[in-house]
Structure formats: C-alpha cells, structure tokens
Design a protein around this ligand. Structure first.
Ligand SMILES: Nc1nc2c(ncn2[C@@H]2O[C@H](COP(=O)(O)OP(=O)(O)OP(=O)(O)O)[C@@H](O)[C@H]2O)c(=O)[nH]1
Ligand SMILES: [Mg+2]
Ligand SMILES: [Zn+2]
Length: 287
C-alpha cells in the first residue's frame, strides 16, 4: 500500500491514504530509514508487512526542516510592519530555485500603504511576475478586495509550505485559508506537551489541500550553497546566465561582456535586486 507520510511521533508514522482519504498511524520497528536515508514528511512510502518496502523518488526536498515533495513554497513578505525586504525575498527565491521548488510570492498588509504609494510598489514588484513568479497582494484585514481568492484556488489540492519572517501574517493567512488549520496546529502542541512527543514538522490536511506546518521556518541556512550556486539560482538569472560567455561567471559589475550585467544595463533584470545579489555573494564569501 502506498501512503503519504504526514507526521512522525513516538506513536508511529501518520500515513495518509489518498484513495480512501484516511490516515492510519503505524509503528515501524527500528530506525525510520529506507536504504539508510531518513524518511521525510511529504514522502510517499510503500508499506508491506509493517516495514517500508520502498520510498517514491522525491520531486524536491529541504533538509532543515525535513520535508519533501513540496508543490509550492509560498513566501510571504509584508509591505509594511515589518518593512518590505526584497533582500529576504530574493534569498528565499534563490533557495527555492536551488531546491527545485516552485515559489509563489505573497505581499501582505497592502492596507497599510496609501493608494499612491501602493500603486508605485505594485508597479515595481511586478518585476517578480515578469521573471516568472505568481504574485499576490493581500489585505488580511479585509478592508478592500485583494488576490486571496486566486491564491486559494491556485494552491487547491497542492502541498504548500508558507515561509516568511515573524509578523508578516502567516498564521492570519492560514486561518483565512481554512480556520481548522490553526486548530490542528494548536492541538499538535498539546500532544507535544503530553506523553507522545510529536516531531516538530507535519503535513496538515485541510478542506482543500495540504499545508506543511514547520515552526521556526522563517529563514534558512545560506551555508547550503556556494557562490556559483547563487550565480545560477538567483531569481531571474537562469534564463540569461546560460548565455553568459564566461564559465562560472559571478556576474560582477567589472565583468565586461557578462550577459547578466548587460541585462541589468538594459533593464531586463532589476538593478535593485542585483544589489541583493551582491549582498548575498558577500555573505557567502564571508562564511
Ligand atoms: N493590517 C494588516 N495586518 C495584518 C495583515 N495580515 C496580518 N496582520 C496582522 O499582523 C500581525 C502578525 O500576524 P501573524 O499572522 O501572527 O504573523 P506570523 O507571520 O504568523 O508571525 P509569527 O507566528 O511570529 O511568525 C497580527 O496582528 C495580524 O493581525 C494584513 O494583511 N494587514
Ligand atoms: Mg504565526
Ligand atoms: Zn556573467
């Protein structure tokens, strides 16, 4: 039988059967490994005689927290309080690219920005759409129409992980998607305090899809990638870096003839995003 692993606790693995839409908890003897590889939340496993006989090849994965087969990494950034940080956004997008995870960008708290400034921001941030991302502007206080319906539809029947720094509105948004999600998150905390310790990550089934519940997933480790990785996976670069005539080019301003620099000079790539790139490059060099 094939199951989707949705959580792991001292009680056993929670296994979801997509056909019958039911979850069973199964105690698997020994270490939770298959061919010496850890089982991740989101893995599809085959169970025979109380053992894992096979794990389906992952479409993608993240090691911290250990989750796999992520359809969308939904990156939430607020336009205000906390202030908009395209640096954090670009970092998350690089990470998602590097991990082969499709990203969606959610700009929250549009109600905190005046109309004129909001229109300018929307024009500037449309850049992310131009380089291939779905973007959504939200007002979780429901003062005015926003892109919520489209977002809810787009993540239907998918497995999404929501990330973003503290205070951007992750919990508020999850509550808007389905109020039972937060209740499920809370009830898991109670389990943690009790006898059965639940591992901190789980995949929550709500009315229309799955959400990875990953506390503390508000930033990620830059240590995972190299300068070359950054030069390839920085948002918007992949399309143009192939045409860069230099091998292993880091796209520095001083590199005459670098295709990325040409694209920035002709405004096909964002100059302000490029500053984030340089900042990330310095950070990676420092470590
Ligand atoms: N004005 C406005 N406030 C919002 C919006 N979305 C969320 N908030 C508020 O922002 C605050 C933080 O929201 P949370 O949903 O708790 O943020 P979070 O990302 O879950 O934060 P952590 O759990 O600390 O990581 C709350 O007071 C929300 O009511 C929005 O679109 N507009
Ligand atoms: Mg929260
Ligand atoms: Zn280059």
């Amino acid at each position: 039988m094939k199951y989707l692993v949705t959580s792991s606790s001292s009680l056993g693995l929670s296994l979801y059967d997509e056909e019958s839409e039911t979850t069973i908890i199964k105690k698997i003897p020994g270490k939770l490994k298959y061919n010496n590889i850890d089982i991740y939340i989101g893995d599809y496993v085959y169970i025979e005689n109380d053992t894992i006989s096979r794990v389906e090849k992952r479409t993608n994965y993240i090691s911290r927290p250990k989750i796999s087969n992520i359809d969308f990494l939904c990156i939430i950034v607020s336009l205000k309080s906390p202030d908009l940080s395209t640096y954090l956004l670009d970092s998350f997008l690089t990470f998602a690219n590097y991990r082969n995870i499709k990203a969606k960008i959610i700009f929250s708290k549009q109600d905190l920005i005046g109309t004129k400034q909001l229109n300018k921001l929307k024009r500037d941030l449309k850049y992310y759409q131009d380089i291939g991302y779905d973007i959504y502007f939200l007002d979780n206080k429901l003062n005015a129409p926003d892109d919520f319906e489209k977002l809810a539809k787009d993540i239907e029947n998918k497995k999404s992980a929501f990330v973003g720094q503290t205070g951007v509105g992750k919990s508020t948004l999850l509550n808007r998607i389905d109020p039972t999600i937060n209740r499920l998150v809370d009830s898991k905390d109670i389990v943690t305090r009790g006898r059965h310790t639940t591992k901190d990550v789980s995949l929550i089934k709500y009315s229309k899809g799955f959400i990875f519940d990953t506390p503390g997933f508000s930033s990620f480790q830059l240590s995972e990638f190299s300068e070359i990785d950054l030069s390839i996976f920085f948002p918007g670069f992949n399309k143009y870096s192939e045409k860069c005539k230099f091998v292993n080019c880091l796209h520095l301003k001083s590199t005459l003839g670098c295709n990325i620099i040409n694209m920035i000079n002709s405004s096909k790539l964002s100059a302000s995003s490029y500053e984030n790139y340089l900042k990330l490059l310095t950070k990676i060099k420092e470590k």
